[in-house]
Ligand binder design. Sequence first.
Ligand SMILES: [Zn+2]
Ligand SMILES: [Zn+2]
Length: 332
Amino acid sequence: MSQRKRGTRKRKNEDASAGEKEGEDTEERGDRRKNRATKKYIGAHVGIQGGIWKAVESCMEMGGSSFALFLGSQRSWKRPALDHTAAAKFQELCSQQGFDPAHILPHGSYLMNCGSPKEDVFEKSQALLVDELSRCNLLGLSLYNFHPGSSLGTITTEQCVDKIASAINYAHQETPSVVTVLENMSGQGSTVGGKFCELKSIIDRVRDQTRVGVCLDTCHAFAAGYDLAAEGGVKAMLDEFDQEVGLQYLKAIHLNDSKGKLGCNLDRHEDIGKGHIGISAFREIVNEPRLDNIPLILETPGRNQNQWFQAEAARLCPDRGAIPRIMEEMKD
Ligand SMILES: [Zn+2]
Ligand SMILES: [Zn+2]
């Protein structure tokens, strides 16, 4: 990596002459747009303490090209309305910095269980889903990622799937345009969505299928039994996903190694390369063309340290160099 430590402006010119497709774009703000030539958008889940726009600033500091964020407190069902000035500031920063809404993936509240057999919890979850989608609209965002739900072991998976789909249909009716992105689960407890066929069952029941998608979390997939540690494991998982659900529904990836072993059903994230999945799966991801142009989001314990993030991105693709080079370029 040492030969990449030269002046950033110079690198840009070299890249332009090296035949980058969008090389003629030398504007300051073009940096992130230029990033599109790599087609891989790596970022992390970042905090919103101090104001929702802080998420954009944190992502910029880290040198990410995509990010995830919560839309409010994780402790409360009823939250104060999103401040319009803060939302405007968020949107302004995103457009200034060239972030496409398709590369920003808000994460739903952990309180929600849209599959809950308890009527009061279901009602509150459905209301929170509507509230969060409205927040996305106010922020100019197009995707919203959440955990499908849990049967709590007292209703069947099919009944749970019905509830989840009906909450989604209701929320779609109440809000415009935002795509609800179901996250695959680790299979912990009675959660639904560990198996691709369960995600497909939910999608099948959604009336507006242009507004539903999937985010695949690598830790959850591995814990649910998809062997990403095997050679070609990522390709095999995507093939299976394509067959059972359809790649057109894949909107994002959560990049997490796993503290638990294959099929352990535990939702325990680990830093990339330090867990049971191992670095080779993540290299496969970075080199997999089917994962172009979607957000690849780190939710690992060490993700918020800038240097760690840079090193992590560099480790993911040491040969092609695209991501680390872009990381270098984006540092001012
Ligand atoms: Zn999640
Ligand atoms: Zn995740």
